[in-house]
Design a protein around this ligand. Structure first.
Ligand code: FAD
Ligand code: FES
Ligand code: FES
Length: 470
């Protein structure tokens, strides 16, 4: 039995835990405001707000309901566009109407929900209204009218104060009155017990599995790890950072402490999927889906992270992420093991890190080639180097030879060009929909160049790189 609050109603259902929340909302509850578009997390038409108790306090954010298995909403508050109805249109709805931000209307509930969730998000949520709708697509308007409506929402956000937020949202008619007692009502719903059975399958955020095998999952016993508290969170100790395996990408992106160590963290993570998908997709899910272009895999390979694997209390082991990816979709992960957490050393003042991603589109696209690098230097000599690249081999690739070459070298254009020559020997890109082999080789060269141009602008110049190259 799965229990959660849908808008203002307590739901208790014995529908399969792997059923997409979207189907439950539309076809079991007849709430047709939540639209079924791509069913792959891309269009945002099925966006709903998810409220969750964090340390006893309700936090709201957006998710796509097409990729959310019912089991992941146990004990949560799910709000559809119908749940935002008050006697009059809400300020978000008014803004969209006044700026003609809706034409055919198919995308509109998704935009209303995303912009409302932005108003309700904590300080560490999306940085502005436009960022909050990065996972919503509109075919009709050309976006300018939606952008203008978002500016009104931005203005409203600036008028909200941080205290007693739910009360404020109700007073400003952003949400209906009954939101006032949701926190208390949720406290009465227990968390989902981990389900297990013969054919059990692990689900994190579901953003990979629910795209790949939605029909198979429906009938299976599922182990839901997404809300397992012991697998979540970010902590710091003795210059090391630990991240729980089920921590979603948005939490990593918005960690103030991590941003202190990686000033461009937000910029990097903005290149990864969309607000909704980052709110759902987890670190472990990114590693285990083993996509050769997985962005988190590439980032944490260059951070030389260790992963902690757990079969049971007596059987635990630690391996380097570098050794985790064996071959295409083949991992050093036993059938009964789960990833528990990752640990990596935080950069010190002599260490620089950079991540680059090139796709066909800048946003909401997977990479053609991506790459990350971490370099530690002393007196302009590299003392530690870790370089990774995606889209150039069957696995997210740690460039072992190139990293070894860089160690002990002075930072010069010659070093960078030679590093690229070695990298080209290590990779084995194939021609596919994301580009030809030659194009991917060229991209990796450019990304290696950009790493050094970004990290050492005072020491490596673009013209020098081209001169040495030719
Ligand atoms: C629209 C869209 C855009 C996307 N864009 C990007 C992108 O730009 N970059 C990118 O890298 N990825 C992208 N992805 C892929 C996906 O979002 C990420 O890989 C995400 O991190 C997967 O995490 P999840 O928790 O949702 O995985 P799930 O689907 O829950 O699980 C994936 C795999 O991990 C396993 N698993 C989960 N947790 C554990 C654990 N603790 N231990 C062992 N196994 C576990 C599951 O069994 C499953 O095999 C996108 C996906 C969508 C739908
Ligand atoms: S239907 Fe397109 S994101 Fe869910
Ligand atoms: S108004 Fe038609 S898709 Fe946006």
């Amino acid at each position: 039995m799965i229990s959660f609050i849908l808008n203002d109603r307590l739901i208790q259902t014995d529908k399969p835990a792997g059923m997409p929340l979207l189907d439950f909302i539309r076809y079991e509850q007849d709430l047709k405001g939540t639209k079924s578009g791509c069913r792959e997390g891309d269009c945002g038409a099925c966006t709903v707000i998810e409220g969750k108790l964090v340390n006893g306090k309700l936090q709201y954010r957006t998710i796509v309901s097409c990729l959310t298995p019912l089991g992941n909403v146990q004990g949560k508050h799910i709000v559809t566009v119908e749940g935002l109805n008050t006697e009059k249109p809400s300020p978000v709805q008014v803004a969209l109407v006044e700026h003609n931000g809706t034409q055919c209307g198919f995308c509109t509930p998704g935009f209303v929900v995303s912009l409302t969730a932005y108003l309700m998000a904590e300080e560490t949520g999306p940085e502005n209204a436009i960022a909050a709708i990065d996972g919503n697509i509109c075919r009709c308007t050309g976006y300018q009218s939606i952008k203008r409506a978002s500016e009104d929402v931005e203005k409203l956000k600036s008028e909200l104060t941080g205290s007693d937020s739910i009360r404020q949202f109700i007073e400003k008619k952003i949400i209906p009155d009954w939101f006032g007692n949701i926190e208390e009502r949720l406290k009465a719903i227990p968390p989902l017990k981990k389900l297990s059975g013969e054919k059990t399958i692990i689900i994190g955020g579901g953003t990979d599995l629910m795209v790949q095998q939605p029909d198979d999952i429906r009938g299976l016993d599922i182990t839901f790890l997404h809300d397992a508290d012991d697998l979540k969170g970010i902590s710091f100790q003795n210059n090391y950072c630990t991240i729980g395996a089920e921590t979603p990408a948005s939490e990593i992106m918005n960690s103030i402490e991590l941003q202190r160590h990686f000033p461009k963290l937000k910029e990097y993570f903005k290149l990864i999927s969309s607000t909704q998908i980052r709110n759902m997709g987890t670190l472990a899910g990114n590693f285990v889906n083993a996509s050769p272009i997985g962005d988190l895999s590439i980032i944490f390979l260059a951070l030389n992270a260790d992963i902690y694997l757990n079969e049971n209390e007596d059987r635990k082991r630690k391996i380097s992420l570098k050794d985790f990816f064996l071959d295409y979709k083949k991992l050093d992960l036993h059938a009964s093991e789960i990833i528990e957490k990752i640990v990596f050393r935080l950069p010190d003042t002599n260490t620089r890190f950079h991540f680059e991603k090139v796709g066909k589109r800048t946003h909401l696209d997977i990479a053609s080639v991506n790459s990350a690098i971490l370099l530690k230097t002393e007196n302009d000599v590299i003392t530690e180097a870790y370089l990774s690249a995606g889209g150039v081999s069957p696995v997210p690739l740690y460039l072992k030879e190139t990293s070894a070459f860089l160690k002990g070298k002075e930072i010069t254009a010659g070093t960078v060009v030679e590093a690229n020559h070695i990298a080209q020997q290590e990779i084995s890109p194939i021609s596919d929909i994301r580009g030809s082999e030659a194009y991917k080789r060229l991209l990796l060269r450019q990304l290696i160049f950009i790493h050094f141009l970004e990290l050492f602008p005072e020491m490596v110049l673009f013209n020098e790189l081209i001169d040495v190259q030719t």
